[in-house]
Design a protein around this ligand. Structure first.
Ligand SMILES: C=C(O[C@H]1C=CC=C(C(=O)O)[C@@H]1O)C(=O)O
Length: 402
């Protein structure tokens, strides 16, 4: 039997001609397989990976020795929301338009999939894998009360910052197609990491994230960011004026990343920023941290930083333990995969994990849109609620296209 290896180039020549990405997504769902589609920021090339395995759970997520696939992890691991790895048994990119099978992909399943693809998909609209978990939605007042409680706890010095979130449930348009949702997001969000993930028994998520968690590109450059502070986008980023509250909020995220480097005794990094960046209808403050792994001998940096960073102070808070405790006690709903992380691992372009933000979960006839806001001593409950409204606009606009 052939061994699984850790690179996207380990593929056999199993090809189906004239494929585009949409039929591959439809066939995967029709055949009950897990599928992920993604497009990296500032690139034109979309990718789709399909797993032909029955199990998707990695324990624990390691990056360096992983085969090529797509990692999908929740905010907090639980039975309905486990860490998932969609191994790329089948892979297609827009650049080649050819579906290829990994060298260790199960041959009968590959043949079966190719045949179904040739026959053409009859997948109806609004067809994707759905989760069995119930939907919880809190009232607007619940969110605002939680913010007020967080401000009080911060003033009592129980923590410095906590990120509180909420969800909003919308009916789904009848003519919604998952591949078309992906395409719309690619068109509308060129600066974001765009993805759709659909896993049997777990459900379907779509999003356009502005936040890199851990990325190692083909030149072996490690990259992470401190992203925080939000305001509506202005004509030009040069016009952005940031309040002290946002500057401090982002500085806390930066400080936590520096602490992670320090705990790994890593001093050879570059730091650029904070700069104003645009994310859809919004702007944020971002500092970029990079490490050249060709110059620094630290082969496990990706996995080590992932373990230390998640959940970052951009989605959890500072210090991490009391902020997490506060979230679990006060948010009043399960974040599931919102504010978890996701992305391709060991692809030709490297490993690119993003925080699952500006995202939605697709149920049979509803979408759940998620958003959060960083709470500090200066936070105002109504303004923070408005900020979450602004963050939900990205996904609302995608649904309005149908
Ligand atoms: C938690 C979210 O955003 C984070 C990322 C950027 C800015 C944020 C903020 O200003 O609060 C959040 O920390 C979200 O989009 O749901």
């Amino acid at each position: 039997m052939e061994q699984a290896t850790a690179s996207e180039s380990d593929t056999t020549g199993a090809e189906a001609h004239s494929n585009t990405l949409a039929p591959v997504i439809h066939t995967a769902i029709g055949k009950g397989k897990a599928v992920a589609a993604w497009r990296l920021p500032h690139t034109n090339e979309a990718h789709v990976a399909v797993s032909l395995q029955d199990s998707f759970t990695p324990t624990p997520p390691t990056l360096e020795n992983s085969p090529f696939g797509f990692l999908f992890c929740p905010f907090q691991e639980s039975e309905p929301a486990p860490n998932l790895f969609i191994k790329a048994d089948l892979y297609i990119s827009q650049a080649t338009g050819k579906l290829t099978a990994a060298i260790d992909a199960p041959a009968p399943e590959v043949a079966d999939f190719m045949q179904a693809l040739e026959l053409g998909s009859t997948t109806p609209q609004r067809s994707w894998h759905t989760s069995n978990a119930g939907v919880q939605q809190q009232s607007d007042l619940h969110f605002q009360d939680a913010v007020a409680a967080a401000v009080a706890a911060i003033k009592e010095e129980q923590m410095e910052k906590v990120v509180l979130s909420r969800n909003s449930i919308l009916p789904l348009p009848l003519h919604l197609d998952l591949a078309a949702v992906f395409e719309q997001m690619c068109q509308k969000h060129s600066r974001a990491f765009v993805s759709v993930v659909s896993v049997p028994g777990v459900g379907t998520w779509a999003g356009a994230s502005p936040e890199i968690l851990v990325s190692i590109n083909e030149q072996q450059v490690f990259h992470t960011v401190a992203l925080a502070g939000t305001q509506p986008a202005t004509e030009s980023v040069a016009d952005a004026i940031w309040r002290q509250k946002e500057i401090e909020e982002q500085a806390m995220v930066e400080r936590y990343i520096l602490l992670c480097f320090k705990s790994l005794r890593l001093r050879e990094y570059t730091e650029i920023g904070p700069r104003t960046v645009v994310a859809g209808n919004l702007m944020h403050l971002r500092t970029d941290f990079k490490v050249d792994l060709k110059e620094v001998d630290f082969p496990s940096l990706g996995t080590d930083m992932l373990r230390l960073l998640h959940p970052t102070s951009a989605v959890c808070g500072l210090p991490k333990a009391p902020a997490l405790q506060f979230i679990l006690e006060h948010e009043g709903y399960d974040r599931s995969y919102y504010s978890g992380f996701l992305g391709p691992v060991n692809s030709k372009a490297g490993t690119h994990l993003f925080v699952n933000l500006r995202c939605m979960q697709l149920l049979k006839d509803k979408a759940i849109i998620y958003a959060g806001a960083g709470i500090t001593a200066e936070s105002d409950p109504v303004k923070e609620w408005m900020e979450t409204q602004h963050k939900m606009v990205a996904m609302q606009r995608i649904l309005q296209q149908f």
